[in-house]
Design a protein around this ligand. Sequence first.
Ligand SMILES: Cc1cc2nc3c(=O)[nH]c(=O)nc-3n(C[C@H](O)[C@H](O)[C@H](O)COP(=O)(O)O)c2cc1C
Length: 364
Amino acid sequence: MVPDPDEPNMKPAPDLYALLRPLIFKLNPETAHGLAFTAGAAAQRIPGVLGLLASACGRPDPGLAREVLGLRFPSPVGLAAGLDKGAELLPLWQALGFGFVEVGTVTPRPQPGNPKPRVFRLPEEQLILNRMGFNSEGAEVVARRLRSRPRNLIVGGNIGKNKETPEGQALADYAAAYRAVAPLVDYVALNVSSPNTPGLRRLQAPEALRPLLDGMLALRKEMGLEAQPLLVKLAPDLAPEELDATVDAVVESGVSGLIATNTTLDRTIVSETNRARVEALGMGGLSGRGLKIKAREIHRRVLRRIPRGLAFMACGGIGSGEDAAVALQDGASLVQIYSSLIFEGPLLVGRINRELAERTYYTN
Ligand SMILES: Cc1cc2nc3c(=O)[nH]c(=O)nc-3n(C[C@H](O)[C@H](O)[C@H](O)COP(=O)(O)O)c2cc1C
């Protein structure tokens, strides 16, 4: 039988990325990122390319679709914030098989982020260290791009504050970014957990979080966006009691859900062999395979604490269908990936979708 390219689960394409990876990894991560984005943007402009790519990657099996936050996700696997900060490659992500994409973090005003180098890979452990510091083109530029976003892809807008804004005035920054971005996305995530903006994580403390969330929910109402989900993204570095208090504050506030986790400051997730090397790289948050166990502990603790109706997006070290399945079995509504995509390449998304679909059939 001639294979139908529109059929989900078509035989996957050969993995060119695996062949190119040694070359790609010789480049500085930000140079590689820039090249990938240039190539991706060019591919998006050539008619037919995305259709071919979508066929090669395999469209998500219809059995993967799920209703969360009042939205219909074609797959529970999403792209985590930070890779496409400026909403530049949305059609491409969709073609790779992502069920949703979180753009950002977007700050209200443009800012360059920290000095380079600020991203480092540790391929043997599939770890990334980054101290990007919210390099953002600013909310206006991102909003302009979002105006022509694909309508059939679920897009979240992850927002934050500018570096120079004092914590006490954070609400004004989140509100400014929200005003620009919220009307153009399907959900909004408040990032209070990046370790690379000094003081940002202190906004997770209930006494700082409550007024922030109250202010944002009031703004959402004022803008007539009550039906639009608002989520909060948390760090993996809160002590258990701190995490509980933060989660309680989120639940009591009435927001729609939580995302966890962001990157970790904990260097013990690196093997002892490589720890000194990573420590020598300086400040920044770690993500990838080594974060998985720590993130899972957070997922489970949060999921035990939140009411059933609240959405939970699991993130941190997820890199296979099995990892995604574990997070979903733990009770997460959706999962997000970032670092594993860098190490495994773009075909990973289709692979995770297929592995999840096989499990769904198996368990049904
Ligand atoms: C280079 C880099 C930049 C990131 N930038 C952001 C960001 O701007 N906003 C955000 O909420 N998370 C950001 N993250 C965190 C990811 O969204 C994710 O929470 C974290 O990497 C854990 O997932 P992973 O192990 O699948 O990578 C970034 C991660 C990396 C590696």
